[in-house]
Write a protein that binds this ligand. Sequence first.
Ligand SMILES: [Zn+2]
Length: 244
Amino acid sequence: MEERLRTLYTLQMIDANLFKLEESKGDLPGIVRQLREDVAVLEDSIKQKRDLMSETVAARNKADEDLIEFTEKLERYKSQQYQVRNNKEYDAITKEIEFAVESIATLQSQFLSFEATMSSATLDIDALTLKLDEKQEELAEKAVELAKVSETTEEEESKLRSARDTVAALVSPEDIAQYERIRSARGIVSVAVIWKNKCCSGCKNQIPPQHLIEIRKNDALYMCQHCGRMIVSDQLATTVDAEV
Ligand SMILES: [Zn+2]
């Protein structure tokens, strides 16, 4: 009987390992794909901010030139104002002066907004670059992990599958049927173990003390009264854990 229980629990351990293997495979490619997308989005955001920065610098340089030009013009108009020969010329030069003064004021207020744009773009670029560095580092790590997993899963999986075939052949058809029935109803755990000295590891419910004593004798197949899983003793599980 003890061998029957041990074999069932071994089968459970192999299935749990196969499940872990599936999970490790299923997760990593998704994580790596997501990280690649995150990196691409961040690179694009940084590029947009850099473009904005160069556009703003160009606009500011242009405004700088315009400012010098209008300032020079203003000086020239002011000196010409004293040399006018008639009212018409005076009005014309006054209009030019007004236009230059307005333009200078407009350009000066533009400088403030250029400065604000540039300093906020600089902050954004710094923050985004920091994030990008983190994501790239994470991506490099996960890509290496994925490469390793892909390399080993195949070998590991075929090893586990052949071990499963060997162990499953030792289990009676009735036990296999029951095992599979519980598995389809309860997920990966069909054979639970005594957990924290008094509970079913499958459903975490307490096992009556009398049953605990019986289970620990390893001479009968017990079912959890709460979840219907098979339960084996913790001592028996420890010996199987060491083997698988
Ligand atoms: Zn249970």
